[in-house]
Structure formats: C-alpha cells, structure tokens
Design a protein around this ligand. Structure first.
Ligand SMILES: Cc1cc2nc3c(=O)[nH]c(=O)nc-3n(C[C@H](O)[C@H](O)[C@H](O)COP(=O)(O)O)c2cc1C
Length: 149
C-alpha cells in the first residue's frame, strides 16, 4: 500500500494539526496508508522519510517563516542529500496556517521546491480554520494519494 508521511508543526492552537488531519483523511479515503508526525513532538528520522512514497508538509506562519522544527526538517534533508541518501524528488502536498499575515507561503514553497515535486495547490488558512480550508486539504490528500497509486 502506498505510504504518505504527513509532516507538520503545530503548537499554538492546534490549527495546523486540523489541516494535517483533514489531509490525512482524504489520503486514506483514496487508499493510502498515512502516518502523521508533529515535528514539535518528534524529529523525523531518515528511515521514516525514506519509507514514504510521498509527503505532505505543513507549518504555521511563525514570524513570516516556517516553524523552527520544519526548518530543522529541511536542514536534515539537505544533509541527508549531501550524504548521498535518496531523499529528493518525492511528490509533496503543502499547507500552512497563519494569523493576520501569511508570508510563510513563499518560504515554504521555496524550501519545498528544492527537494520535492509539488502536487496540487498549496492550502493556506487563517484563524479559525474553516470548513473550506478543511475540505481543500481533504481534496489535496486525495490528489496526493492518487498520484502515487
Ligand atoms: C511565535 C509565533 C509567531 C507568529 N508569527 C506570525 C506571523 O508572522 N504571521 C502570521 O500570520 N501569524 C503568525 N503567528 C500566528 C500563527 O501562525 C497562527 O496562530 C497559526 O495558526 C498557529 O498554528 P498552530 O496552532 O498549528 O501552532 C505566530 C504565532 C506564534 C506562536
């Protein structure tokens, strides 16, 4: 069964977690096995990353940037790649939550473009997370799962 790793940071209100769970629901509906990792609780290991056929990556906007643990994730991937590990080119879906800003969108896209093949449209949502953003995440999860079938 195709495996998707949903990697996200969520801490302040659980907003990014809501989006991550909606995306996971869509991916499962389309037959993928899904593992969720909140990088605020667990640092993604090389083996966990390599085992995934695709990833979904989500962050809150923290100071117009990705959350620190998501930056650490990109730092890790860069070094795994430098060490010759097969970490580049996975299909990836992107999502973020924000307050009154939302500039993280460009930052996340720039990092992701270095390592992944983006699937679908990135989903962003302000507070509170509404039904529309949830539905767009679920649809994005389905699209990601279909991509690796
Ligand atoms: C340290 C910190 C910095 C933040 N900086 C921004 C910001 O620059 N722009 C913005 O739109 N929201 C900012 N926010 C608001 C969060 O992006 C928003 O509340 C988000 O939904 C929190 O996600 P979470 O509940 O999953 O942690 C910040 C929140 C925190 C805790």
């Amino acid at each position: 069964m195709a495996k998707i790793l949903v990697i996200y940071h969520s801490q302040q209100f659980g907003n990014t977690r809501i989006l991550a769970e909606a995306l996971a629901e869509g991916a499962r509906e389309d037959g993928a096995e899904v593992v969720l990792i909140n990088t605020n609780e667990h640092r993604v290991t090389l083996q966990e990353f390599i085992d995934a056929d695709a990833v979904a990556l989500g962050t809150p906007d923290y100071f117009s940037y990705v959350a620190g643990t998501i930056k650490t994730f990109f730092d890790d991937i860069y070094q795994w790649d430098q060490a010759g590990e097969p970490v580049k080119g996975k299909p990836a879906a992107l999502f973020y939550s924000h307050g009154t800003g939302g500039k993280v969108r460009e930052v996340l896209e720039q990092f992701a473009n270095r390592f992944f093949e983006q699937v679908g449209e990135m989903v962003g949502s302000g507070r509170p997370i509404g039904d529309d953003a949830r539905k767009r995440c679920t649809a994005l999860g389905r699209e990601l799962a279909r991509k690796i079938k």
